[in-house]
Each structure stands twice: as C-alpha cells, then as structure tokens.
Design a binder for this molecule. Sequence first.
Ligand SMILES: Nc1nc2c(ncn2[C@@H]2O[C@H](COP(=O)(O)OP(=O)(O)O)[C@@H](O)[C@H]2O)c(=O)[nH]1
Ligand SMILES: [Mg+2]
Length: 457
Amino acid sequence: MNPIRREFHDLLSRTTDNNVRIAVTGLSRAGKTAFISSLVNQLLSVSTHENLPLLSASRERRLVGAKRVPQKNMMVPSFPYDEAMSNLSQIPPQWPEPTRDVSETRIILKYRTNKKSRRLFGENSTISLDIVDYPGEWLLDLPLLQMSFAQWSEHQFLALEGQRKEYAQEWLKELNTIDLSASLDEKAIANVAYSYTQFLHRCKANGLHWIQPGRFVLPGELEGAPVLQFFPCKMKDKRDLKGTNYETLEARYREYQRRVVKAFYKQHFSTFDRQIVLVDCLQPLNAGYDSFYDMRRALEELLKSFSYGRNNVINRLFSPRIDKIIFAATKADHITPEQHENLVSLLQQMVHPCWQTAAFDGIEMNCMALASIQATEFGYIQQNGELHPALQGLTLEGNKVTLFPGEVPSKLPEKSFWLDQGFNFQQFKPLSHRADNPLVHTRVDKALEYLIGDKLK
Ligand SMILES: Nc1nc2c(ncn2[C@@H]2O[C@H](COP(=O)(O)OP(=O)(O)O)[C@@H](O)[C@H]2O)c(=O)[nH]1
Ligand SMILES: [Mg+2]
C-alpha cells in the first residue's frame, strides 16, 4: 500500500482499532498474575516515570497517561490488581495469591499519534486494552473436541508411562471396583472420578504439565459439578448401554466437550486479538528430565490452539482473530543476565519445531525472556581473585542469600544433563519497592512493544 492510501486506510479503521484484547496465558505458576500486575502497574506509572524505554510510544514521549476503567464484560471476574499490589507493598513484600480462573481488566491509554492524518482529529488518541488472564491448562483440552469418549479413554491409557503410571496405581485400583455395565450408581462414579482427579493433581504437583481434562485440576466455578465427574475407561460390549454407568460417563464427557471446552473457545478465545504465552522453563529444569519433556509436550499441545489451518476444528467453531503471539520465558531474574540468551534459545527450541510443522496462517510469533517483578539484584562476587556473576535475594523464609544459580542449557538437554549438573533456581521474595515507584521489571516493555506497539503509532 502506498503511504497516502495506508494513512487513509488507517483513518477508516480508526474506530475498530481502538480496542485491543490481550490474552495472557501459561500453565499454572508460569507467572500470569505477576505479569498482569506488573503490566498494569507499569502502564499506570508511565506518565511520571521512564519505566518503559523499550515501548516506542513511551520512549518517544507520546504516551500521555493510563487509567483503569471498569471492564466491559460483566460476566467475567475482575483481575485482582488491588489485592496483588497490596501483597507486593507489604513489608517484606509477598507474591500475589494464586488465581485459578479466567479474569480480566481494562486500561485506557492516551497517546499522541505520529501519523499526520490522525493528528488532524485532535491532540490525543485513546485506545482501550482488555487484559484477560486464563489458565493455559484449558488449551490442553482442544484435542478432546476431535475424540470420542472411547478414543479419548484409549489415548489416556496409552499415556500411562513412567512417573504417570506410578501415580495412577491408586485410581486404577479404584477403577476395577466399578461395574461399567451395571445400572447407574452416581456414588460409585463420584468415587472413581475423585480418585482420578487426585491422580491428575498428583501429576501436576510432581511437575507434570500435560493434564487432560484441564478443568479437572483448575475447575474454577465448576468445582464439584457432575460435568467434571468422569474418567477414562474401557467397555468392550457397547450393545446395550441404556441406563448404565458407562452411558452416564459418556454423556458427561460429551457435555464437557460442549459446555466446557467449546464454550471457552467461543466465549473467550474467539475474542482475543493478541496473545502472550508465559513459560516457566526454570521449574522443569529444576525438577528433572520427565518434567522438562512433559512441559515441552504440554506446550506442543497448547500451540495447536493457534494453528488455524483450513478445516481445523477452531475454524469450524469461529474465525480466530489473533494475529500476534509471543512466548515469554518468565522469572528471568532467577538467573544471571548473561544466561538470558540461553533461556530464549531454550524456549525457541521448545516452540519452533511445532510452529514450523503446523499451519499458522498469518500469525506472527516471537520468543523472549522477561522478569515481571524482580526478586533479585545482580552483581559480581570475587572468588580466587576472579569476578563471577551472582544474584542476591531474600529466600521465601527471609534469609538473604548470594548465589550463582547455574548455567541454562541453550539446547534441549539430554537425560545425562540432570545427572551431571545440578540446578538451583531458588524462590525469592519480590524486591521491596516504594509505593510511588513502579515495580522493578526486566523487558515487560519489550513484551508491550510487541503486543501493542503498532497500535500506538
Ligand atoms: N523471581 C520471580 N519470580 C516470579 C516472577 N513472576 C512469578 N514469580 C514466581 O512464580 C509464582 C507464581 O506466579 P503467578 O503469577 O502467581 O503464576 P500464575 O499461576 O501463572 O498466575 C509467584 O508466586 C512467584 O514466586 C518474576 O518475575 N520473578
Ligand atoms: Mg494466576
């Protein structure tokens, strides 16, 4: 498009362009709450601080100010920003409480455009940002839409290997106690379903991330509802199912597909314009081989929600709008800065292969590393006459420690890696900050530039 036509085109799209829905996701504890709290906090500080140099509108001093306004969607809980900030402002600061459901918040940004045609319409332009937080686990359910109950069950039994198999023993025993062809016994179903859910929780607690159905471990408002009470099982003779336990399990599975999985994609996912996927690569490096490769598998599954090739299940449900997606390795302040490059390279290796093999029509993708809320300070320590990079922070127990947490592998590590080299990525309390100063971050502005930079031109 030539420049005049482009300006004209921009002018026409002005009314549609002034709202952007940014979705923030990631598996639980990836750092979504911390990221959104920091993002909102950084934007609210932008008129008084130079805290976002990598966001071009801010660097060019075109970002005039930001304010929080009531969200449009009244059916979704509000993101608990004030609660998060009150935790972070305690002495010593505390991390925000975990949230386990979808939530959103709205911010209006006032900025000066650098386009001539728009400037004619007045000094300042405004844009509203809806920031939506939802659990990445919910995306792991997409494949369920293409599987019957019997196929899904089969798939689940095939996945019982290694650690997973070990954790499954108890619910498998429980599964043997129920007669699937007997007439409906809700109590018996509830018992086996409970034991199955416990198994999924146990996988999660031990660092396994590929969990289906995703809502079982993050039920939100569906906690205790019958739609979350089913489990994989095998039934050979399906001739006369009427009134049996199996019939109910199958019906609940179908209800789950329709009312939980499809509903999420239609009501929420279909409305997103931009997406950031947060990934904590350090936790599985700490936890070991199984956990690391399980996280990679979960990411691979999660990516399927962004592959909108023709005939794809998502395309049949709605026309997706996301045109930019960013993968961000979080908690980069857990490692020394010279390791950040390796962290990005590791993340790229987790994401790129599946990106290349799928059809991501028209979506731009990027990988980066960031720290939403810094918990450590970086410096050097002297050892045998040499300077070494090191981090200093307060452990969750409140002890001040100085350490070098280890090297991050730049490639997907082999099994031997965990035997040869120990990792020590500690948890720290967030750094104290003065109430009138923004939270200390690393590259939240880079993420913002990628997510909305073009909308602030
Ligand atoms: N050091 C550090 N830790 C973080 C950061 N973001 C999150 N964390 C840690 O990760 C935990 C989980 O983060 P949270 O945002 O609640 O994850 P969510 O489940 O994805 O919402 C927090 O309680 C912190 O301990 C960060 O930027 N730096
Ligand atoms: Mg959260």
